[in-house]
Design a protein around this ligand. Structure first.
Ligand SMILES: Cc1ncc(COP(=O)(O)O)c(C=O)c1O
Length: 371
């Protein structure tokens, strides 16, 4: 089995599994309980939170734990839109956002918010001049992800932040689900940050929204007093602990992992370029972890099925929109329907070997020759 879909999800690391097992032996109390065991459980969350803030360099951000990045994105967008609607009703986003951003913004548009999608340049990076032209005194929120999940293109958050500085009422949200553990940056550029553990060798069902401490958010999940006043419910102590472990691990070996992954990416790109009709959609701004290509005139799901029958697993679009017949993100970049309908995302890991890439290339060559 050759798994090349690490941007959809990652296997849980042995370290995360082992520390989770140890955690359960030591702690099970409800951190909302006010007896000694409860207070100790709460202290555990505080320690993990300090570690996360430290590793990510986000000491001015509060950490609210969620079930994953979809919930974090909902909480960020609805939370700010509803909280600040007296200041304005205008929201700006990019054409490269994950489905959980797109659908939440569609919902907000039905609630009376005006949504604008900023243009991108030929490299898929936010067009700063277009962004400037969209800003108004009514703009309350900008949501632009740091790394797009299909093409891996990294946005220039510094330039975006600088552009919106003249509008103090604007809150800047960035979905960093595909960036955490891959791209080092001053994450504090964003007022709100979404992340998810299962993209960084942690468990599914836990993520976080980091949000600057100096403004409130309308809760999406109401409840009693808990770890966060912005999200009710008993905090999942072991999952929170495991998220902390996954984040720390992701940064411990980031440089070595990125070096290996870049070499794999170059090797794969070289192999793909030898196949007639193969076009690479990712570009110089993409993280090495993602290589998106199109074998033009071959529908993506047909190629994906063929690879899957041969025990090689890749994505067509992002996992959450894989029922769509074409990639809206590849179309937004290339304006080429053939490429958008045939786009395949290969996502790589430090666990990936060159032999696995060889097998993928061999299969693609065989497929091409048999047509
Ligand atoms: C950029 C991005 N945002 C959000 C999500 C949703 O994350 P989760 O599965 O944790 O809800 C994903 C997952 O594919 C993603 O890639």
């Amino acid at each position: 089995m050759i798994y090349l879909d690490y941007s959809a999800t990652t296997p849980v690391s042995d370290h995360v599994i082992a520390s989770d097992r140890d955690f359960h032996k030591q702690s099970f109390a409800n951190p909302n309980s006010i007896h000694r065991l409860g207070i100790e459980a709460l202290k555990g969350i505080e320690e993990t939170t300090l570690e996360i803030q430290e590793v990510l360099g986000c000491k001015n951000h509060e950490v609210t734990y969620t079930s994953g990045a979809t919930e974090s994105n909902n909480m960020a967008l609805k939370g700010i839109a509803f909280q600040n609607k007296s200041l304005g009703n205008h929201i700006i986003t990019s054409p490269f956002e994950h489905g959980s951003i797109v659908t939440t913004l569609n919902y907000l548009s039905k609630q009376g918010f005006e949504i604008d999608v900023v243009g991108v340049d030929e490299d898929g990076r936010v067009d700063i001049e277009d962004l400037k032209s969209l800003l108004t005194d009514q703009t309350i929120l900008i949501s632009i992800g740091l790394v797009n999940s299909e093409l891996g293109i990294v946005q220039d958050l510094e330039a975006i932040k600088k552009t919106i500085e003249a509008y103090p009422q604007i809150i800047f949200h960035s979905d960093m689900t595909q960036a955490i553990g891959k791209v080092k940056l001053n994450y504090e550029l964003a007022d709100l940050i979404s992340l998810s553990a299962h993209k960084i060798y942690g468990f599914k069902g836990i993520g976080a929204l980091l949000h600057r401490k100096d403004f409130p958010i309308t809760p999406v999940i109401h409840g009693g007093k808990s770890w966060s006043v912005f999200r009710g419910g008993t905090p999942p102590t072991s999952l929170i602990h495991s998220l902390g472990v996954a984040i720390k691990d992701a940064y411990e070996n980031l440089d070595d992992h990125c070096k290996h992954i870049k070499e794999l990416n170059d090797y794969l790109a070289k192999g793909l370029r030898k196949i007639n009709g193969c076009m690479i959609n990712s570009n110089a701004y993409s993280v090495p972890h993602i290589l998106n290509f199109s074998l033009v005139k071959t529908k993506a799901n047909i190629l994906q099925d063929y690879l899957s029958e041969n025990d090689v697993f890749v994505s067509t679009t992002s996992a959450c929109s894989s029922d769509q017949p074409m990639s809206r993100v590849v179309y937004a970049l290339t304006e080429d329907m053939d490429r958008a309908q045939s786009s395949i995302r290969v996502s790589l890991s430090h666990l990936t070997s060159f032999k696995e890439i060889d097998r993928l290339i061999d299969l693609l060559e065989d497929y091409h020759e048999s047509r």
